[in-house]
Design a protein around this ligand. Sequence first.
Ligand code: AMP
Length: 280
Amino acid sequence: MKRIQTIKEVKNEMCRYRSEGQVIGFVPTMGYLHEGHLSLVRESIKQTDRTAVSVYVNPKQFGPDEDYLQYPRDIDRDADVLEKEGVDVLFTCQDREMYPKGYKTYVEVQDYQDVLCGASRPGHFRGVCTVVLKLFQIIKPDIAFFGQKDAQQAVILKKMVKDLNAEVKISVHPIVREKDGLALSSRNALLRPRQRKAALCLYQSLQIAKQAILKGQTDSLKIIHLMKERINKEKQAQWDYVEIVDKNNLESLSKVIKGETLIALAVYIGQVRLIDNIII
Ligand code: AMP
């Protein structure tokens, strides 16, 4: 595996693969890798000839009061793990090269960026779209792999690629969970043991929603009420949002529609903000 730190070098490497007619897969991450990330890496290795992974904690997608500094990092461990998986290139980038002095250009997906996580994290998806489009320009992948864990991000990036005619396929893959249901997240490392237990309320509230729907409940407000009831039972937990939306355009749904409904939530466990979702 090549560890590359400059844009020029990684462009050259990708150019070489392309000139050999190889299909390039790309997995953008913020590192502190877990099995969720690795499921995307394995998918890329399976589907493409060359896999590039980026590890970059993008400062532009964190608000001023968010956990940019606390975000867990361990690039040497990440590099070891990726090497063992058979990744071809690990790209890490310095902030000063990604956003040189005088940087001015941003990408926004209107409306989609303002709901769910975007409502409580203004500017977050602008940061995400900007860095992902920049990475697409640098790597020029044929297929980019993303997790359903960040459901809104996946919808927004698909829309960005469509609207801007970018030549990349966005491939979205299922959420990888712990045995007890907690969705894997780099931020789980920040949870204390008691908080780890409380964090189960995200998955369990989604299960409560699913059961209610299986029993015939379709009224979004009633389902959201049941979910919030479960979360409110945890002293350490404070929901940020619990919403039922159209899985394709993120518009609020008053009734659950089979195959088209995304139930998504964000919950603070202490200071740690976790997200989860299911598609019904
Ligand atoms: P992050 O490092 O958090 O920016 O995540 C990088 C990619 O991994 C994103 O496409 C995430 O959606 C995906 N990802 C994170 N956690 C999981 C998970 N538990 N299951 C599947 N994909 C995940």
